[in-house]
Design a protein around this ligand. Structure first.
Ligand SMILES: Cc1ncc(COP(=O)(O)O)c(C=O)c1O
Length: 374
């Protein structure tokens, strides 16, 4: 069996976690601060605030920008449900705008069409690691006084036109879930250049408390206060230790995924029965996922055949607006966002991770070619 994902947990990660366990500080401690510093430096923003999931990162980033009841946030219907759900958590409404054929990312011009007096933010998603056109999105946001909160869950290494993920947004949200490019099992972070937002995020992740435990217990006791209603989604030192180690190797892991993607691309470039997602020019894709597109009528059958031959597969994603909750709540139907629907009906994700061997890649290619031509 070749699984769809395999986290990189080696001796270094095990030693890093063991050291935290021995230290006695297993909840949010100085290790989390250390990771936040390292991650902000890596992304190239002034601040990073670590949380326990990418979903929580999106949620508190929206709250920190004042988004709530009766507001609207424009986002893509072609993403993981966390993107749209995080908007719902705040009481706001996700408003979808269709995606482009080339990048599977939100079409900047269709954002403009969806702006109403209630719109407060745009949440672009850098799908599969391909960045959105952030210059255009920033321009639209500035013109209409909107916040830009990037869903960069797939995109820690990404850049486009010289802009990194997190570079032009008011905040960018990252996930360190088990399948992500670096992982702590569960985890996330928000990056920002705005000090006030960073301070707010720190409170929002911990009940709105004025000080985290690491600060409270490392000096003379002072009473803490609750200054706003926050949540409970801070990161633990165990997670931070795992991430610190992986961050050091992020480029090496990316190189290997890039290499595997090139092998897939070369192998599939002349196949008539399948297409694949292509990285745009002027872009460095974070190479989070490699997906092929097959005919929608055959997609599920191909998926099952790949599985039967020992290949882990996934569908990233079926268009969100067609899922039961969104259909029932907002009355969406087929035809609402045709590009997202067509791609959502055609896509198959293949295994892509540094531990995948060349033999495994060749086996995946052979089976994909067999089942798509039969
Ligand atoms: C595009 C996207 N956004 C947000 C998330 C949420 O991240 P998490 O699973 O860490 O909550 C994910 C995770 O899979 C994702 O793929």
């Amino acid at each position: 069996m070749i699984p769809i994902a395999k986290p990189i947990i080696g001796e270094n990660e095990i030693n890093a976690v063991t050291a935290v366990l021995r230290s006695g500080v297993v909840a949010q401690g100085r290790k989390v601060e250390e990771f936040e510093r390292a991650f902000a430096d890596f992304i190239g923003t002034k601040y990073a605030v670590a949380v326990n999931s990418g979903t929580a990162a999106l949620h508190i980033a929206l709250l920190a920008h004042g988004i709530g009841e009766r507001d609207e946030v424009i986002t893509s219907p072609f993403t993981f449900i966390a993107t749209a759900n995080s908007i719902l958590f705040t009481g706001a409404r996700p408003v979808f705008a269709d995606i482009e054929e080339e990048s599977f990312n939100i079409v900047p011009d269709s954002i403009t069409e969806k702006i109403t007096p209630r719109t407060k933010a745009i949440m672009p998603v850098h799908l599969y690691g391909q960045m959105c056109d952030m210059r255009k999105i920033r321009e639209i946001a500035d013109k209409h006084h909107l916040a830009v909160i990037e869903d960069a869950a797939h995109a820690i290494e990404a850049s486009r036109d010289g802009i990194r993920s997190g570079g032009l947004g008011d905040a960018a949200c990252f996930s360190f879930y088990a399948t992500k490019n670096i992982t702590s099992g569960e985890g996330g972070a928000v990056s920002t250049n705005n000090e006030e937002i960073a301070e707010k995020l720190k409170k929002l992740r911990l009940h709105g408390m004025s000080e985290g435990a690491a600060d409270r217990y490392s000096k003379r006791y002072e009473h803490w206060d609750m200054e706003m209603l926050g949540w409970k989604c801070n990161m633990s030192s165990i997670q931070a230790a795992l991430l610190l180690d992986q961050l050091e190797n992020v480029e090496k892991y990316w190189q290997r995924r890039e290499e595997i993607c090139h092998i897939y691309e070369e192998a599939f470039k002349d196949c008539l029965n399948l297409n694949y997602f292509r990285v745009l020019p002027n872009s460095k894709s974070a190479r989070h996922m490699f997906t092929i597109l097959v005919s929608p009528e055959k997609r599920d059958n191909i998926l099952w055949q790949l599985q039967a031959k020992g290949i882990g597969v996934a569908v990233n994603y079926r268009a969100i607006h067609l899922l039961t909750y969104y259909r029932q709540t907002y009355g969406y139907e087929r035809g609402s966002f045709p590009v997202a629907e067509r791609i959502g009906d055609s896509t198959i994700t293949l295994p892509l991770y540094p531990k995948l061997s060349n033999e495994e890649v060749q086996y995946v290619i052979k089976v994909v070619k067999d089942v798509t031509t039969s």
